[in-house]
Design a protein around this ligand. Structure first.
Ligand SMILES: NC(=O)c1ccc[n+]([C@@H]2O[C@H](COP(=O)([O-])OP(=O)(O)OC[C@H]3O[C@@H](n4cnc5c(N)ncnc54)[C@H](O)[C@@H]3O)[C@@H](O)[C@H]2O)c1
Ligand SMILES: O=P(O)(O)OC[C@@H](O)[C@@H](O)[C@H](O)[C@H](O)CO
Length: 377
């Protein structure tokens, strides 16, 4: 049987990428640090993916097992030796932590003279995530290790999978919509639901700066307004208008940058807003707003489109307002939110804009964010 090794048996791992491999006839070995999930995968050997829709369809995902990367290094290396695909959905900040073990797996493959193809794909909300992962792996590999059969492919993943409200069960509730786009310039085995493109940039920017920018606006304004979920927040007319206005700004940048058809792009935005309104998902504003330091990074969903819009002479006021709202995300349960608030307390917002967002104090965007921050306060 063909083999996929997937790092991260969480929401996207089980609810999206692992499920597609299983449906494409692969055995999926999930690698995770969560003992409970790993043990359950090995005992039950299947789980359900449930669609968040009126019809509540479900599908059974079979041929799955699990390994703990902290306790079963040898077994993970063996699984990588046998793998046809190696994927991750673990969070961009965790990639450096799993890279040493992946490097050991690749070295073991090379030492055993295994020349079969292996496709490595990081499925994270991050531009060039696989390139980043490759960089971390290379730091742990001797230069002479033969990687001839290994292809590193960048990708964009889109499916809303909320935090699951079913302690003790492997089943995953997911939205019906999904899109997985992979940048490939060679022949690669067919995987159900995987779309192949020659150039990923328009796809990942369109996704990150529409789905994830819109999501972030809802999460941060929703959090400030004391809302619990994304659909509940979007029912607030003021916030709905704020989302529309922000997506008009990212839309103008995307249309300009990638020569998109404005009508088609508006349809794309409308469809995404419809996805956010899904009442079956119960997606929390704290999940969507999680890790604000990552989300405020120079290449992420708020700062990058704002800077690009500014450079193109387009409006970015609403994006600046969203950055200001993100700076106010003071969820005590979120490690990065706690750190962000400490940074603001200790050094002030201009310093955070420099350290976290890469914005000089005198830059037009920093000045606008500060203005919006004061207004929101
Ligand atoms: N949930 C979504 O709607 C969604 C959609 C598209 C993309 N993504 C992206 O997918 C990635 C995963 O998100 P998620 O929502 O599935 O998160 P999640 O928290 O549900 O899953 C992450 C998994 O990684 C595991 N993990 C953490 N540290 C680890 C380590 N050092 N070694 C092994 N396993 C480790 C956790 O135990 C967890 O099971 C993120 O990059 C996210 O941005 C999420
Ligand atoms: O996963 P994050 O933290 O980068 O972003 C939170 C959500 O916006 C994200 O998980 C979306 O649900 C997902 O990207 C939809 O495809």
């Amino acid at each position: 049987m063909k083999q996929a090794v997937h790092f991260g048996a969480g929401n996207i791992g089980r609810g999206f990428i692992g499920a597609l491999f299983s449906q494409s006839g692969y055995h999926v070995t999930f690698v995770d640090i969560a003992d409970e999930i790993i043990n359950q995968l090995n005992e039950e050997k299947h789980y359900q993916v449930l669609l968040a829709s009126d019809e509540q369809e479900s599908m059974t995902i079979e041929n799955v097992s699990g390994l703990n990367n902290l306790k079963q290094e040898k077994e993970v290396i063996e699984a990588i030796k046998q793998a046809d695909f190696l994927t991750t959905a673990i969070g961009p900040n965790i990639l450096p932590r799993i890279a040493p073990l992946i490097a050991k797996g690749l070295a073991a493959r090379a030492a055993a003279g295994i020349n079969e193809k292996l496709y490595v794909i990081a499925c994270e909300n991050q531009i060039s995530a696989t390139d980043l992962l490759k960089g971390y792996i290379m730091e742990h590999l001797d230069r002479d290790v033969n990687l001839a059969g290994v292809s590193f492919l960048n990708s964009a993943v889109d499916r809303i999978v909320p935090i699951q409200n079913n302690q003790g069960s492997l089943d995953v509730l997911v939205e019906p919509y999904h899109e997985w786009v992979v940048e490939v310039t060679e022949d690669i085995p067919h995987i159900e639901g995987m779309k192949i493109v020659q150039e990923l940039a328009p796809f990942i920017e369109r996704k990150l700066f529409t789905v994830n920018t819109g999501h972030a606006v809802i999460a941060y304004f929703g959090y400030l307004g004391g809302k619990e979920t994304i659909d509940q927040t979007l029912a607030d007319e003021e916030i709905y208008k704020q989302v529309q206005a922000t997506l008009r700004e990212t839309g103008a940048y995307l249309i300009n940058r990638y020569n998109l058809n404005p009508e088609d792009h508006q349809k794309y935005i409308d469809k995404i807003i419809g996805r956010f309104q899904n009442t079956h998902l119960n997606d929390g504003v704290t999940r969507v707003g999680r890790s604000p330091i990552r989300k405020l990074g120079p290449e992420d969903r708020l700062v990058r489109p704002a800077l690009q819009a500014q450079k193109a002479g387009l409006s970015y006021t609403n994006l600046a307002k969203a950055i200001a709202a993100a700076l106010m995300f003071d969820n005590r349960e979120d490690e990065e939110a706690v750190k962000l608030q400490e940074m603001i307390q200790e050094n002030g917002v201009p310093n955070v804009l420099k350290e976290v967002c890469g914005l000089e104090e005198s830059s037009e965007l920093a000045i606008e964010v500060l203005k919006q921050y004061e207004a929101l306060k």
